[in-house]
Design a protein around this ligand. Structure first.
Ligand SMILES: NC(=O)c1ccc[n+]([C@@H]2O[C@H](COP(=O)([O-])OP(=O)(O)OC[C@H]3O[C@@H](n4cnc5c(N)ncnc54)[C@H](O)[C@@H]3O)[C@@H](O)[C@H]2O)c1
Length: 249
């Protein structure tokens, strides 16, 4: 039985057109939240699925690595439910790029999507959370931080920055009842996992985990829901690894 731990909450989920984002949006809705699904691609399918669960939902198509775009959508984020309670900063890209092919433009692009977007979205909604004296921000990082993975210089730097950003933001927002935590998934079979990682590496990583199966989107939703609920009220600035035990290596 699912308890409505998120009843009455308004949640923004980025990267909600597929992968982890869709799974997170649907589980938050099952637990009672209304959903704002944001993605660079149309999140309409996610919005329809949330509405079928009986929750309110709206979709926003925007490139959230761009400061002007985030400024442009901020009124819509705040108007939908009159406030924002939960932000799941999930949007990201994780291409493998040979270091000797990695130019500054690509480094900036990877950083902008994985890291800048989290800053832009958090600062867009944090005043609303401060006003209501309650908020939850969950930032997607990656367990690749604990691995020696070749071709991920920009991505690992960007996700490392997410961990530092999470700790710093948690410090500054704690006085207002707002917690900020990061979640590190393993290499998982999402749309992005298929595109950027591929089946062979997904299977290889699974064999290094204690739980030897490839991760799927639903594997992290329980952790994200916990970190965005009342149950985690005394937990902030943490990086929670939810990766089938890979990081024990
Ligand atoms: N799948 C994995 O193996 C894995 C492992 C560790 C961490 N992660 C992290 O989890 C998060 C989600 O990954 P996923 O596997 O669901 O990926 P995914 O590619 O399946 O989904 C990511 C979503 O983000 C959206 N997006 C990309 N750029 C955007 C932008 N500029 N503005 C708005 N939306 C944008 C995409 O359109 C897509 O719908 C990412 O932050 C990723 O780094 C994934």
């Amino acid at each position: 039985m699912i308890t409505e731990t998120h009843s009455g909450r308004v949640a923004v989920v980025t990267g909600a057109a597929g992968g982890f984002g869709t799974a997170i949006a649907l589980e938050l809705a099952r637990r009672g939240a209304d959903i704002i699904a944001v993605d660079i691609h149309s999140p309409d399918a996610t919005v329809s699925a949330v509405r079928e669960l009986g929750r309110k939902a709206t979709g926003i198509t925007a490139d959230i690595s761009n400061a002007d775009a985030v400024a442009g959508i901020t009124p819509e984020l705040l108007d939908f439910g009159g406030r924002v309670d939960i932000l799941v900063n999930n949007a990201g890209v994780f291409p493998f790029v040979d270091l000797f092919e990695l130019n500054y433009a690509e480094w900036r692009r990877i950083f902008a999507i994985n890291t800048d977007s989290q800053f832009l979205m958090a600062t867009a909604v944090m005043r609303s959370m401060r006003e209501s004296g309650w908020g939850r921000i969950v930032n997607l990082a990656s367990n690749s931080l604990g691995l020696a993975v070749s071709g991920m210089v920009a991505y690992m730097a960007a996700k490392g920055a997410v961990v530092g950003f999470t700790r710093a933001l948690a410090t500054d927002l704690a006085p207002y009842g707002i917690t900020v935590n990061a979640v590190c998934p393993t290499a998982s079979r999402t749309s992005g996992g298929e595109k950027f990682i591929g089946n062979e590496v997904l299977e290889h990583v699974a064999q290094m985990q204690a739980i030897k199966r490839v991760g799927v989107a639903s594997d992290i939703v329980g952790t994200v829901c916990f970190l965005s609920s009342d149950d985690s009220a005394f937990m902030t600035a943490q990086t929670v690894v939810c990766d089938g035990g890979l990081m024990r290596v």
